[in-house]
Design a protein around this ligand. Structure first.
Ligand code: HEM
Length: 455
């Protein structure tokens, strides 16, 4: 029976040195098999203790009930500082709350309707770009989905396509930055003792400076347009003109630059990963691909799609949802216990790491029936619905949930439907994909597919 690829687990007992080595290669295959059955696991090292929580009640406690007691650690901020500065992704406490009050209105359900035409235009542009490659030759599809997702962000945020000179440069600089330092690096997840100095490689700092200079250029230009009353009505304008209801403050250019950096990073890597895996799964399961294609042909027709069409793309949505279950783009999240806690009868010291793993929870053997199988139909079953409620968190949960969750759940099924309506996707013999966790869950040697036009 066909099974979606899953990384091999490591043996239960390994030395810290070997663990660190495995971890550096790939966070996923550094984990032992029993985590797919455990409600909680404790990792002890000479420097720190870490608790992976799979128990839905514990996850709720950390993310929903008492999130202020489990902040993001300073280490995460240090790791990401050259690129992200003081962005909403890394701040805590009052600064984070103020930033969310300003950002959230731009991503509310009602605003999605205004964002939709730009999203659709990016999807149609992706189909046009891929036409030239739909000759049956192998295509590394992550690269294509990455360009498509970046295009979505540029168009929705700043009303510019990826072909725009600055957008092209930002996209290229991000690629170079990731080559210089995968953002989810060892230091970010594995706490080193405080006395170990933290260096960012010169190349990392250089690429981060370049990205920030480019983003500053478009953000400052937008600020000038807003002041002149000539700014387009897109996400950047909305965010930059929204005042915090409590303090009346708006973002200045510098603080907006930090936010644009995270929107771009969090918003394009993640969607690109999910879309690439969704297409791979559809190549692995042609019967599901046929169903997506049939739905897309029926609902999208000649391409004149209204926002209301989105909710009728049910098969595409369930396929995208199931993809996010099996390949959550952000496989693990880390928090720090600010005070003494008791987790499932164990004392957790302040400063301990609390790891929440969508990867493990969404494949948990005591929660999901046939957890490693691809079955978008599962969400129609009681077990699937129960899993969605209690053990499904590709976008995290609680007040710190992904700001772009609704946006991504519109973008993903839409682009999937547009692409499958236009092309047939097939596997490439001898090039199976294997997931590894870099910044997001990616194919170890890329994700290869063959495309041909669909009549
Ligand atoms: C399939 C696509 C996406 C997935 C799976 C995803 C997943 C996540 C997850 C798991 C987090 C929480 C990380 C943590 O707390 O450590 C997060 C945070 C965030 N995401 Fe997304 N995301 C996606 C798309 C987007 C998009 C399209 C945007 C914006 C346009 C976005 C913006 C953000 C921001 C700003 C945060 C930080 C929120 C905060 O800390 O308050 N994401 N995302």
């Amino acid at each position: 029976m066909t099974r979606p690829p899953k990384p091999p687990a490591r043996p239960r007992k390994v030395s810290l040195r070997r663990y660190a080595k495995l971890f550096r290669q790939d966070v996923l295959s550094a984990q032992p098999d029993h985590l797919y059955r455990a409600w909680m696991a404790e990792f002890r090292t000479p420097f720190f203790r870490s608790y992976m929580c799979n128990d839905p009640a514990l996850v709720d406690l950390v993310l929903k009930e008492r999130p202020d007691d489990f902040p993001k650690s300073d280490r995460i901020r240090e790791g990401l500082a050259p690129l992200l500065g003081n962005s909403v992704f890394v701040t805590n406490g009052e600064t984070w709350k103020r930033q969310r009050r300003i950002i959230d209105p731009a991503f509310e359900g009602g605003r999605l309707k205004d964002t939709f035409p730009a999203m659709l235009a990016a999807g149609q542009a992706a189909v046009d770009r891929l036409r030239a490659r739909a000759d049956g030759a192998p295509v590394e599809i992550e690269e294509e989905t990455s360009a498509a997702a970046a295009d979505v962000i540029f168009r929705t945020l700043f009303s510019i396509p990826i072909e725009h000179a600055v957008a092209r440069e930002v996209f290229a600089a991000f690629k170079a930055h990731q080559r210089a330092q995968p953002v989810l690096n060892l230091g970010v997840l594995l706490p080193l003792p405080r006395w170990v100095p933290r260096f960012h490689r010169r190349e990392t700092k250089r690429t981060a400076r370049k990205i920030r200079a480019l983003i500053t250029q478009i953000t400052a230009a937008r600020m000038a347009e807003i002041e002149a009353g000539s700014a387009p009505d897109d996400l950047a304008t909305k965010i930059m003109t929204t005042a915090d209801p409590l303090t009346g403050e708006t973002f200045d250019t510098a603080e907006m630059v930090d936010q644009v950096a995270i929107f771009f990073l969090a918003g394009h890597e993640t969607s690109a990963s999910a879309l690439a895996w969704a297409l791979y799964l559809l190549a692995l399961y042609p019967d599901w691909q046929a169903r997506v294609a049939e739905e897309a042909a029926r609902e999208i027709g000649d391409g004149a799609i209204a926002f209301s069409t989105l909710k009728r793309l049910r098969v595409a949505r369930d396929v995208f949802r199931e993809t996010l279950r099996l390949y959550p783009p952000v496989p693990m999240m880390v928090r720090e216990a600010a005070q003494c806690e008791h987790f499932r009868g164990r004392a957790v010291k302040p400063g301990s790491q609390v790891v929440l793993s969508p990867w493990h929870q969404q494949r948990h053997e005591r929660i999901w029936e046939r957890p490693d199988e691809f079955d978008p139909g599962r969400f129609e079953t009681e077990n699937g619905r129960q899993g969605l409620r209690s053990a499904y968190m590709p976008f995290s949960a609680g007040p710190r949930v992904c700001t772009g969750a609704g946006f991504a759940m519109a973008e993903g099924p839409l682009l999937l439907a547009l692409l499958v309506r236009a092309f047939r996707f097939e596997l490439v013999a001898g090039r199976p994909a294997m997931p590894v966790a870099h910044l997001t869950v990616r194919g170890k040697d890329g994700i290869w597919l063959r495309l041909t036009p669909r009549g």
